[in-house]
Write a protein that binds this ligand. Sequence first.
Ligand code: ATP
Ligand code: MG
Length: 360
Amino acid sequence: MSQPSNDASVRHPRVIALLNQKGGVGKTTSTVNIGAALAELGKRVCLVDMDPQGHLSLHLGLDGESVGDTVYELLLEPDVPLKQVVVKVRPDLDCIPSRVDLAAAEIELANDADRLKRLGAKFAPHMDEYDYILLDCPPSLGTLTLNALSMAQEVYVPMQAHFLAMQGFTKLLETVGEVCRNGVNIDLRVGGVILCMHEKQSTLVKEVVGELDAFFEENQGNPLLASFARVLRPAIRKNIKLAEAPSFGQTIFDYAPWCPGALDYRTLAERIIAQHEPGTSVDDPVDPSGDVELESKGSSEPEVEPEVEPEVEPEDRSEPASTEVAPGEVDPPVAAGTISVEPRTRSTEQTVTPKSKNPG
Ligand code: ATP
Ligand code: MG
């Protein structure tokens, strides 16, 4: 396992929520593959599946029905410590899985005063064990998402550069503002936009990316934006391999490590690390479409993918949901460690290796 960085300016761990109220935009794909890339780059990473759909777990080869305790037990049962739900999925890469029963947590926690701080309280004694904690949020703004936002420092917004993207982003910024104003997490900042399933050829896409770039440029100093907030480069190209990898329980680096999607996520992870590590540049040769020049790094596959539609077509599934944080509602702060953390009651660290099936 790698050692924590000695850089005093880096807060350990960086806790990043991947959030967009819109469904099917690339939140889970980005969480898995940025997390896997960070781990390959020597960072100690924990991925948390906050979505009852359990897609992040499945993507990493974890079947919610057979993994034992999950995010549900972590949030609902005071005696279940973090270590009991952590599954070691790859070197330096842990996962806290979920399954469909997590949906009930929204209702079961409804009357608990500390309901938005449960996740953070369970992580509190273990923060030193990770460099990055990535939280894959569901496409809604209920108790589960707010648990993620209450412990995160940064929000990254995966999105497609489509019609109404700017409006969606503005709404999300309002949500972050409400989370700050209501005292759920006054330190929460938007770290940037991740362009997913990107097809730079279209004029509309270029216009939308230009609009997003201009927003960050014009809003420097906005207290809801991190100082380094921007539209991150490279954009993640639309790449069929990214859509295929989950069905094998594999990250893109297991499945097709030199495909365009792997190159994009690897470079993006390097840029995310560089944001907090002085001496490394986050600037890169970009064009307005969100593209960035990439080295081929020995790829045997074409970098610019032929026009092939993904078999699993991303859906535009959900309408933006309303936030649970009513104006003026302030949850009482929960001190770290107020939930009792029992010693491990059973052998906890499962190890999961990727399925062997690999097309290339
Ligand atoms: P939800 O809101 O349901 O949680 P999501 O925002 O997490 O969805 P994903 O599940 O990551 O979105 O992606 C939606 C679909 O798009 C998936 O089938 C995924 O495999 C596919 N996909 C994601 N990124 C890409 C890409 N760059 N190229 C091709 N397909 C992609
Ligand atoms: Mg998802």
